[in-house]
Structures are given as C-alpha cells and as structure tokens.
Design a protein around this ligand. Structure first.
Ligand SMILES: O=c1ccn([C@@H]2O[C@H](COP(=O)(O)O)[C@@H](O)[C@H]2O)c(=O)[nH]1
Length: 241
C-alpha cells in the first residue's frame, strides 16, 4: 500500500530520521535505541555498504523507509534503477529534478504500479545562494530556481519534492500536482536551535519547518550524532507537540 502523505499529526509521524551510518549493525543499534521512530531514511553511505540487509531489517520491523539514492543519469539508466529499487519495498525514493523531464517521466513510469513514491530533489539544502550564482553559474534566485525544478517534477507526474523548509510555503501556493492534489514536501536542512549546521545552508528549526507547511522533516546528525540520541529525539518531539 502507498503511504499516507498527510500522516496523523503526532510529532513522530512527521519526522524521518536519516541513518547516515557506515554499517547496518550501527544503523540497527540506533533503531533499537529509538523504537518510536516510524520512518527511517537510508542514504548512499549505508546503501552502498549494507543496503539489502538494512532495508530488509527495517521492513521486518514494519518501519516506513525512504531510500534516498538521488538518482541522476540518462533516462533509461535511472528508470531501470528505479524499477529494481521498487523491489526493496521503499515508500519514498529520490531522483534529481535537474536530470530533466525525460528522466523523471521514465522513472515515474517504472514506479507507477508499485508502492514506491518518487520524490524529486530540487536544489540540495547544502547549496547556498552564493554557490548557486558563482559556482553553478545559475542566473536565478534560489526560490525561482527551486520553483522551476519543482514545476518540472510536477509536470513529470512525481509525488513529491525534496527542498529546504524555506521554500515550502511559496511552492505550496504556486504548484499543485498534475491531478490537482498538493505535492508532498519533504524537507532536510532541519536544525533544532543551538545545534551545528555543519554542511547545511538553507536551514530551519523543526517547529518553523512544520509551521511552513512541510509534510515530513528529515533529520539526521542532530539525532544520530548527538551525545544522547534518545534525548535529542525526545526533545524534537517535545518541540513539535
Ligand atoms: O537537499 C537535500 C537532500 C537530501 N539531504 C539528505 O538529508 C539528510 C540530512 O541529514 P542531516 O544530518 O540532518 O544534515 C542527509 O542524509 C542528506 O543526504 C539533504 O540534507 N539535503
């Protein structure tokens, strides 16, 4: 069954915790410590190390799974990878919107009849306005560039978008999905007040991100790298309740 994009409004159900860890054993240890987490994200490091093991383990625990592979290649290659990825039973899978419409449409066609819903990564939350202009030489404001990519993803039939919480409110009012429903906005770049931003640029607190209209928050190191991950998780849930 495809997951509900507007989960029950408990703090836990809106938080996806990123398991950016080097082995399945370390990831499982974190899952054991925080059994209340309902939705886990498996990214490149863990997938390359131990993808099959961790994905089977999370599904065996009846957890929701976000497989964050951020695929970006020619349409045939991405579509084939998406077809194979659906076999893991992931609820969300990411591809890069900057791969273009043909790539996204081909990918969407492969997941259409599965329970996996595709999200388009717009502009990485680590990218600043300065980098967009100077390094990437994109002559647009961040908000205009993200909006352009989101429309491409919408026109390609994707379910949702990965963007910074800063962009959600504007995008929600501007862009509906092709069937008229709201797009699902999934936002990394979330930092509780007082925690290190690290490599993230376009950040917001959990409470402000929810107020901005995010469907799901993605939070990694503020929980998994905290001195006490259980307390970090509980503090964020408390902030949202
Ligand atoms: O634009 C993006 C897309 C994906 N991510 C991923 O989210 C988590 C964030 O982890 P933190 O430790 O909370 O920074 C990470 O797995 C990224 O790969 C993103 O940050 N930005």
């Amino acid at each position: 069954m495809k997951i509900n994009l507007n989960p029950e409004v408990t703090p836990q159900s809106k938080i996806i915790v990123a398991l950016d860890l080097p082995t399945a054993a370390e990831a499982i240890a974190i899952c054991d410590r925080i059994p209340d987490v309902e939705f886990w994200k498996v990214g490149l490091e863990l997938f390359i190390a131990d993808g099959k093991i961790i994905l089977q383990e999370l599904k065996a625990r009846n957890k929701k799974v976000f497989l964050d592979l951020k695929l970006h290649d020619i349409p045939n290659t991405v579509a084939s990878a998406c077809r194979v990825a659906t076999k893991y039973g992931a609820d969300f899978l990411t591809i890069h919107a900057s791969g273009g419409k043909a790539m996204m449409q081909a990918a969407q066609a492969e997941v259409q009849d599965s329970n996996t819903q595709l999200l388009a990564v717009s502009l990485l939350t680590s990218t600043s306005a300065r980098e967009l202009a100077s390094d990437l030489q994109v002559p647009l404001e961040v908000s205009d560039y993200v909006s352009h990519l989101v429309k491409l993803a919408r026109d390609s039939g994707l379910t949702g978008i990965v963007c910074s919480p800063h962009e959600v409110a504007n995008l929600r009012s501007q862009v509906k999905s092709i069937n008229g429903d709201d797009l699902c906005f999934v936002t990394p770049g979330v930092r509780p007040a007082g925690t290190a931003h690290g490599d993230q640029s376009r950040v917001m607190t959990p409470k402000d991100a929810i107020a901005a209209g995010t469907n799901y928050l993605v939070i990694g190191r503020p929980i998994t790298a905290a001195p006490d991950p259980v307390m970090a998780w509980e503090n964020i849930c408390q902030e949202l309740s």
